[in-house]
Design a protein around this ligand. Structure first.
Ligand code: C5P
Length: 250
């Protein structure tokens, strides 16, 4: 079977600095990472900031080639979002999220700032991913915000806006992969949470898919949290999930 780059990003939702550092070392450290990347988001970043990221995910681990997804879901006026991108550029994130509903000018300001900072700091440009409609929202929730659309139509509308503003991809649920892949083309990054390995507990993910199903539909990356960090051996769990997704050179 043909192998592929490891698509698994381990989502680490915690404020436990030491615990995160140990976990990251075990799944992403030398000699070879068992994951394609690490996702740290609001919870960890608001508690520990950039110094916490540098501590828990230090340069020797980054040097294994593992990706870094900084899931901050930025949403503000263009100038402030650009400032946010500038403020975290030194951490050299591979991916940063922002809400596509922030509008074209906000998205474009972020794209421009990411490019400016990459040149200035001589780091790879952070790829920007749009958040469309949160999966916690249904049609009634959307309507209450003044958006009278089906969530699936609104997802497509926002993903198209994100792509046209120059974003590199979107976050999407497993059930949105096929439509977004069709609408946004083959190069659009689709980072997909709600993934459960065959035979595992679904936790609170109500409509989860397996790694293989998601990759076959066109997901480029899979965000997996609890099935990895709650496992007896997170490293073995991550490897098994990567194999399920078609990675066979671990
Ligand atoms: O533990 P689990 O695999 O469910 O974690 C999935 C990760 O993806 C968490 O960081 C969660 O916040 C995130 N996520 C999600 N569902 C969404 C959007 C993000 O599970 N719709």
């Amino acid at each position: 079977m043909k192998t592929r780059a490891n698509p698994v990003y381990c989502g680490i939702d915690t404020t436990d600095l030491e615990g995160a550092a140990k976990l990251i070392q075990s799944i992403a450290g030398a000699p070879k990472p068992a994951v394609g990347g690490i996702k740290l988001g609001l919870e960890f970043f608001l508690a520990h900031g950039a110094p916490g990221i540098r501590y828990a995910f230090p340069e020797p681990v980054r040097a294994t080639g593992v990706g870094f997804f900084l899931d901050l879901k930025l949403h503000d006026i263009p100038n402030t979002v650009a400032g946010g991108i500038r403020a975290v550029a030194g951490l050299a994130p591979t991916y940063i999220t922002l809400h596509a509903s922030g509008g074209r000018d906000m998205l474009k300001a972020a794209v421009e700032e990411a490019a400016t900072q990459a040149t200035k700091l001589n780091v790879p440009r952070a790829k920007l991913l749009g958040v469309t409609v949160l999966t916690s929202m249904d049609k009634a929730d959307l309507s209450a915000t003044g958006v009278d659309a089906d969530p699936s139509d609104q997802v497509l509308r926002l993903a198209t806006l994100a792509r046209d503003a120059g974003l590199d991809g979107c976050i999407c649920s497993p059930h949105e992969i096929a439509a977004l892949r069709k609408e946004c083309g083959p190069d659009f990054v689709l980072m997909v949470p709600g993934i459960r390995p065959v035979g595992s507990a679904s936790n609170d993910q109500k409509r989860a898919m397996t790694p293989r199903q998601a990759v076959d539909l066109g997901a480029t990356h899979l965000v997996v949290g609890r099935p990895i960090y709650q496992a007896a051996s997170p490293r073995s769990a991550a490897e098994a999930i990567a194999r399920e997704a078609g990675v066979n050179d671990l």
